[in-house]
Write a protein that binds this ligand. Structure first.
Ligand code: N01
Length: 543
C-alpha cells in the first residue's frame, strides 16, 4: 500500500494519471491483470470533475441511474440516488463510496500533479515525474486526466487589482461560499453559469450576469426519486444498461426518434416540443426529431420553440431578446439544463449585462468596467469554461526522449487513432481522448467502454509478450479523416464551441469528439480488437 509519503517502486507496469471516474475504473479493472500500478491525482480526493466543481447548483445533466458505473451489479443495486439528476455532493459521495468499496485508495497518491512523462524507446518505459519529486518508470502511461479539467480564467486587464473575492466554477473552494448581501458578478453563461446563476441570485443583494453569447437551455425538471421509481428501475437494471449500449449517447430510457421534423405539421411539432420541455432533460429534447442535429431547417424549428419560451418567460422584452441565442443551432453547443434560469431575470436583484454590445474593458479594484459602464462588485465568479479535451494532457510535458513532444505533434490539433492512442507515442493510452465519443456520450458509459478495451489490449500484450504498442500512422490518418467527415455531416461545426477549441484564443480549430455515437464507436473498437488490433503496431522489443 502506498501512502502519501511512502516511497514508490521505481518500476511499475502502469501509471494512471487522474483519479476521476476514468482513473478509478482503470485502476479497478486493470487489477485483474495483476499489474503493478500507481495513480497520481492532483486533488486531495477522488471524483475528478465532481471533486473540483463545487459551485452552487452544480449537478449532472445525465440522470443519476444512468450516470453511474454499470460494472458491478451489487454497487448499482445498493447505491441510492436521492434525485433524478444528481447534485455534485451526491456524485462525490458516490465516487468516495466506490473508492472505499473497491479499496482503490491504496494505489492512489493524492495532492500530486504529474509534471512530465518521457518515453524511453530503448527500455520501452515512460519516466514520470511529479510536483512532489516522485520519479517512476512504467511500461504504460494511462491518461485519465479528463476532458474539462483545465479551467480557463480570461486574461482580463486589472484582475490582480480586484480587491473583492473571485472564483472559477471549476476550482471552487471546499468550504461553502455565502454571497448573502453581496454584489456579485458572474461572467459566462454556459452549463456552469446557467446552473449557478439562479442559486446565487437568491443570496446576492444584487447579481450582474455578464453575457457575451446567449445559450440555449431547457428545463431539467429535476425531482426527488421515489423509492418505488428507484426499485422499479433497479429490478430491470441489466435491461436498462443493455438498452443504453445500443444508443448513440449511451443513455437508455429515451427511444431514439423515428420522425423527421418536416413530417409533422407546425402544430404537431409544437406539441411534441412542448411535451419534451415538460419531460425535462437535454437528450429528451434533442430526441424530438431524428434530424435536429443534421438539418438546419429542422433545427431551426426547435430553436424557434425555445426562443418563444424565453419570450414568454422573461418580462423585460429587451432582456428576453438578449437571452435568445441566434448564432448557433440548438444542441451544437452542449444543450444546458436549468432550474429556473430564464425566470431568474425577472428578479429585481438581477441585471443582465450584454457584453457583446458593451464589452468588458477591465477589472478594477472595486469591480468591472465595460466600455460604457462601471459595476461595483464584492465578488466575481468566472463561469468561463475550460481548455477542453486536450488542455489537461498538453499541460503535462509528454515527449519521446530526444524526440518529439505531444505539444509539437498536436500543434495543428489533436491526432489519435480511435481517440485511444496517438502514433509515435507508444504505450500511451488515453481514456476519452479527442477522436472518441467522450463528451458526446454519457461519460461513465464512455469511460467503461474505453477502459474495458484497454484492459483487453493489455491482456493481449501480456499474453503475446509484447513490449510496445503504437498506432499505425496510416490508420491514425484515416481515423482523423473519419472523425472530421462524421462531424461535417452534422451541424456541430456551425457553433463556436469548445468541441472545436473555439473558446481558447489561438487554439487550432479542429472538431475533437467523435459524433457517430457510442454504439457505432463500440462496434468499431470491438472489430479492431477482434482483428488482432488492426491499426496498432505491436513489437516484442525496442524499435
Ligand atoms: O463552460 P463553457 P462551462 N469574456 O465553455 C463565456 C460541462 N458541464 O463551464 O460563448 C466573457 O460552456 C463564454 O462566452 P462565449 C458541459 O459539457 C456540465 O459552462 O465564449 N465571457 C460562455 O458563456 C459544458 O459544456 C454540467 O461568448 C467569456 C462561458 O463563458 C462544459 O462543462 C455543468 C469569456 C463558458 O461556457 C463547459 O461548461 C457544468 C470572456 N473572455 C459544465 N470567456 C452538467 O452536467 C468565456 N466566456 C450540467
Amino acid at each position: 500500500m502506498s501512502t502519501d509519503s511512502s516511497p514508490l517502486p521505481k518500476r511499475l507496469d502502469v501509471v494512471i494519471i487522474g483519479a476521476g471516474f476514468a482513473g478509478m475504473y482503470a485502476l479497478h479493472r486493470l487489477r485483474e491483470l495483476k499489474l503493478t500500478m500507481q495513480v497520481f491525482e492532483a486533488g486531495e480526493g477522488v471524483g475528478g470533475t465532481w471533486y473540483w466543481n463545487r459551485y452552487p447548483g452544480a449537478r449532472c445533466d445525465v440522470e443519476s441511474l444512468e450516470y453511474s458505473y454499470s460494472f458491478s451489479d451489487e454497487l448499482q443495486q445498493e447505491w441510492e440516488w436521492p434525485e433524478r439528476f444528481a447534485a455534485q455532493a451526491d456524485i462525490l459521495r458516490y465516487a468516495n463510496h466506490v473508492a472505499d468499496r473497491f479499496d482503490l485508495r491504496r494505489d492512489i497518491r493524492f495532492k500530486t500533479r504529474v509534471k512530465s512523462a518521457v518515453y524511453d524507446p530503448a527500455s520501452c518505459h515512460w519516466r514520470i515525474t511529479t510536483d512532489r519529486g516522485d520519479l517512476v518508470d512504467a511500461r504504460f502511461c494511462v491518461m485519465a486526466s479528463g476532458n474539462l479539467s483545465l479551467p480557463r480564467v480570461p486574461d482580463f486587464k486589472g484582475l490582480e487589482a480586484f480587491k473583492g473575492k473571485w472564483y472559477h466554477t471549476g476550482q471552487w473552494p471546499h468550504e461553502p461560499v455565502d454571497f448573502t448581501g453581496q454584489r456579485v458578478g458572474v461572467i459566462g453563461t454556459g452549463s456552469s453559469g446557467i446552473q449557478l446563476i439562479p442559486v446565487v441570485a437568491q443570496q446576492a443583494s444584487h447579481l450582474h450576469v455578464f453575457q457575451r453569447t446567449a445559450n440555449f437551455s431547457v428545463p431539467a425538471v429535476n425531482r426527488p426519486l421515489t423509492k418505488q421509481q428507484e426499485e422499479a428501475y433497479k429490478r430491470e437494471y441489466r435491461l436498462h444498461r443493455e438498452e443504453a449500449l445500443r444508443t448513440p449517447f449511451g443513455i437508455g430510457g429515451h427511444p431514439p426518434p423515428q420522425k423527421y421534423a418536416h413530417e409533422d405539421t407546425e402544430e404537431a411539432r409544437s406539441e411534441s416540443f412542448e411535451k419534451k420541455w415538460h419531460t425535462g432533460g437535454n437528450i429528451s429534447f434533442l430526441y424530438a426529431y431524428k434530424d435536429l442535429l443534421t438539418n438546419q431547417q429542422a433545427n431551426e424549428t426547435a430553436c424557434a420553440f425555445v426562443r418563444d419560451k424565453i419570450r414568454q418567460t422573461v418580462k423585460n422584452p429587451e432582456v428576453a431578446q438578449w437571452l435568445m441565442p441566434d448564432d448557433h443551432p440548438i444542441g451544437t453547443k452542449r444543450l444546458c439544463l436549468d432550474t429556473g434560469y430564464y425566470e431568474t431575470f425577472n428578479r429585481d436583484n438581477v441585471t443582465l449585462v450584454n457584453i457583446r454590445k458593451d464589452p468588458i474593458s477591465e477589472m478594477t479594484a472595486t469591480g468591472i468596467r465595460t466600455a460604457r459602464n462601471t459595476y461595483e462588485l464584492d465578488a466575481v465568479i468566472f463561469a468561463t469554461g475550460y481548455d477542453a479535451m486536450t488542455g489537461a494532457m498538453l499541460d503535462i510535458d509528454i515527449r519521446i526522449a530526444g524526440g518529439e513532444s505531444l505539444q509539437d505533434k498536436w500543434a495543428a490539433g489533436p491526432r489519435t487513432y480511435l481517440g485511444l492512442v496517438t502514433a509515435g507515442f507508444p504505450n500511451l493510452l488515453i481514456i476519452t481522448g479527442p477522436g472518441s465519443p467522450s463528451v458526446k456520450a454519457n461519460m461513465i458509459a464512455a469511460i467503461e467502454q474505453h477502459v474495458d478495451w484497454i484492459r483487453d489490449l493489455m491482456a493481449y500484450v501480456q499474453a503475446g509478450g509484447y513490449q510496445q504498442v503504437d498506432a499505425d500512422t496510416e490508420a491514425e490518418e484515416k481515423w482523423v479523416a473519419h472523425v472530421n467527415q462524421v462531424a461535417d455531416s452534422t451541424l456541430y461545426p456551425l457553433a463556436n464551441s469548445w468541441y472545436l477549441g473555439a473558446n481558447i484564443p489561438g487554439k487550432p480549430r479542429v472538431f475533437m469528439p467523435y459524433v457517430a455515437g457510442l454504439d457505432k464507436y463500440r462496434a468499431i473498437c470491438d472489430d479492431v480488437a477482434a482483428n488482432a488490433y488492426r491499426g496498432l503496431t505491436l513489437a516484442k522489443s525496442a524499435s
